[in-house]
Ligand binder design. Sequence first.
Ligand code: IMP
Length: 181
Amino acid sequence: MSKVRLHDKDFELFIPEGEVHAAIDRLAGELRAKYNGKRPLFIGVLNGAFYFAAELVKRLDIECEITFVKVASYHGTRSTGRVSELIGLNEKLEGRHVVVLEDIVDTGNTVRHIMDSLLEHHPASVSIAALLFKPDAYKQDIPIEYVAVRIPNDFVVGSGLDHDGLGRNLPGIYRIINTHA
Ligand code: IMP
């Protein structure tokens, strides 16, 4: 399937599943080398990271733990502005090596919120691993240390990523081509 319509938008195949898997293979090799013997805690950010998390950890033959969180974002008081809260984090992070698994890093605002929340728990280290990274859209200074695939600043779906709820189940990555009125 090289083209697909989701709601009002058309998408075309951009990165075939085999290439996505090869990129995750390479990333798993990097993470294995870095975290073997450190029992890392991988934290997948739902909903989008379910696919990346599963594909990554099944390639990691090291002792590790995996859990998932959701980011709830809401308007706080006028002085605090937009507030984000991590939901579902029950593990003790103090002294742990934490790797956040993101489906995609775009502006980096989500990563910023997650990082701020996690650092309050005094982990030994926190790194970010992303299936996809849009360097041209990124506005933060937090290093995105582990990236499977860098992509241009286009809207994409598939491999866990959605357009308004649809497309997460598509194998590979699809890129937007047009919108219908
Ligand atoms: P950021 O906070 O701007 O980095 O955006 C992160 C979140 O926006 C991701 O976790 C996605 O949910 C969503 N997002 C950003 N770009 C895309 C895209 O191209 N396709 C689907 N979702 C996206």
